[in-house]
Design a protein around this ligand. Structure first.
Ligand SMILES: Nc1ncnc2c1ncn2[C@@H]1O[C@H](COP(=O)(O)OP(=O)(O)OP(=O)(O)O)[C@@H](O)[C@H]1O
Ligand code: SF4
Ligand SMILES: [Mg+2]
Length: 346
């Protein structure tokens, strides 16, 4: 039976106002880092979030744990609307979600022993008995594959992989429900990546975790994720079960990412011609009209520059936003999140 939805973003938008160029009369540019995002993640599920650099993956991940400002839309967590949660209520909710970063060094205090790094969240969230904290630190070090003796050491005494294990231990020690892992493998070599991925798998089962797993590396996440969500310039362009996306991607952008993903077979990889997406990714402060991908799409049509396609549902949770794959002609327009609904009684 399907698990209940744990985290749900509804029409979520995140914007950043950039500094106005000196002497310019125009208003300060606004980056729509995340636009109109619908994404629900079920308890126990792993959703991989992929897309090129700057497309808004980290911002969406941060918004889903309430550490990026939500401009519009709503966020529900375990049935509760947490879009506007503040103060103590937000602090308390935060113990239920955590983030893991690419560079474990940035999330570890180099001057603190591992014990203190791991004990801190326990103290912050009210666990103060010495015996309880010691027990919990030993238990969590063991769970991430490190000896409890390591508690007395400092981060610089560890390898990159071990440091990432410590960062994961810190994220898991409060037994959160939801973890956003932001490129947690990128700084590691391939064999270490596989070990850390295995650890994520084990911890998911052991602590009933739910993951939003952000990655550039499509090939790596397919075997690990239940579903894959593909973002382009702040928007969701395709989502579906990992197996459906691998075998039957619909959106030209997903297809291009798949074609660019390295093959696990070194011989195939050595002779493979990598198709390069033409042109640079446009600035999210000045996105193209219509389908945001039309400036780089190999099959763009006239309608693509005018109408931003809505998602088409292909069944089984597989959806893509593209005029070329919408049955019976171009897709209707994606709803504009900035449109103010008119009051019908006015
Ligand atoms: N605090 C901020 N202030 C202004 N702009 C921001 C801020 N954070 C992110 N942005 C902009 O929002 C857009 C999305 O950034 P984000 O970091 O979410 O992308 P990403 O997909 O995670 O990229 P990468 O793969 O490089 O990590 C980018 O244009 C970025 O410059
Ligand atoms: S809508 Fe048009 S431009 Fe956008 S991906 Fe589809 S074919 Fe390409
Ligand atoms: Mg990022």
């Amino acid at each position: 039976m399907d698990q209940p939805v744990l985290v749900e973003a509804r029409k979520l938008s995140v914007e950043f106002t950039l500094r106005k160029p000196l002497l310019s009369r125009r208003p300060a540019p606004v980056v729509q880092a995340v636009r109109n995002m619908d994404l629900s993640i079920r308890r126990g599920e792993t959703v991989a979030l992929v897309g090129e650099s700057g497309c808004g993956k980290s911002t969406l991940g941060r918004a889903m744990i309430r550490t990026a400002p939500i401009a519009r839309g709503a966020l529900r967590f375990d049935g509760e609307d947490i879009t506007h949660l503040r103060g103590e209520a937000l602090r308390s909710a935060r113990s239920r979600f955590q983030m893991i970063f690419q560079d474990p060094y940035s999330s570890l205090n180099p001057k603190a022993r591992i014990f203190d790094t791991l004990a801190e969240p326990l103290h912050v969230h009210g666990k103060t008995s010495r015996a309880e904290v010691r027990g919990k630190v030993s238990e969590i070090l063991d769970a991430v594959g490190l000896s409890p003796d390591f508690a007395a050491r400092y981060p610089h005494e560890f390898s990159g992989g071990q440091r990432q294990r410590v960062a994961i231990a810190r994220a898991v020690i409060l037994q959160p429900d939801f973890i956003v892992a932001d490129e947690p493998l990128s700084a590691l070599d391939v064999s270490m990546q596989l070990q850390i991925l295995k650890l994520f798998d084990e911890l998911r089962d052991r602590f009933s975790l739910t993951y939003l797993f952000i990655s550039h590396d499509l090939a790596r996440v397919f075997s690990f994720a239940d579903r894959v969500a593909v973002m382009y310039l702040g928007q969701l362009v395709e989502i579906g079960r990992a197996a459906d996306i691998t075998a039957n991607a619909r959106h030209p952008y997903t297809k291009a990412l798949l074609a660019a993903a390295p093959s696990p077979d070194p011989e195939v990889e050595a002779t493979r011609e990598v198709p390069v997406l033409k042109g640079d990714i446009p600035s999210p402060a000045f996105p193209p009209p219509g389908c945001r991908f039309h400036t780089r799409c190999p099959i763009a049509m006239e309608v693509c520059a005018r109408v931003d396609p809505a998602m088409t549902d292909f069944g089984g949770g597989h959806m893509a936003a593209c005029h070329a794959v919408h049955p019976g002609g171009p897709s209707p327009s994606r709803p504009d999140p900035t449109e103010v609904k008119k009051d019908p009684t006015a």
